[in-house]
Design a protein around this ligand. Sequence first.
Ligand code: SF4
Length: 164
Amino acid sequence: MIFKIINTLKVAFNCFWETHFKTHLILLEIEPTNFCNVNCVACPNDQLKRKKGYMDLDLFKKIVDETAPYTLEYALDMMGEPTLHKDLIAMIKHVKLKGGKVALYTNLNFEDLDLSEQLVDIKTDRLIVNILETDTIPYQKTIRNGNFDIVLNNLHKIKKIIFC
Ligand code: SF4
């Protein structure tokens, strides 16, 4: 923890007092997959030239192990839908085991009945939901292949698990 505090202070000094301390990343964005189950109108995902795939769990753990002494938060996002990764829960658990916080970016278009419960159970620190619209018709136009009802159901379920 002491390394995290010192590193964060150095980052703050560099930002506000223009010092030049050597620092480590305090926030690390990791892309568990660049596959996505929807097609948002403004997203360049379908124009990606690089190969599509899923990050290997061991590689993910290696990255976390090497950065955990300094990194405060791991954002699971980028050009894909993290909940499609079969090892997502194991990834989040590993970050928590190493003392990091997790921000999960998701479109919440999953029908896995247990996933919402698991995400709450393992204490995912932040869940950032990409909804973009607040009604079915515009939602379907903006998030093509998305299902507004599934998103709402998952949101209700998560709220119920947290507050009931
Ligand atoms: S959910 Fe995210 S990755 Fe998927 S199409 Fe929309 S913006 Fe792109």
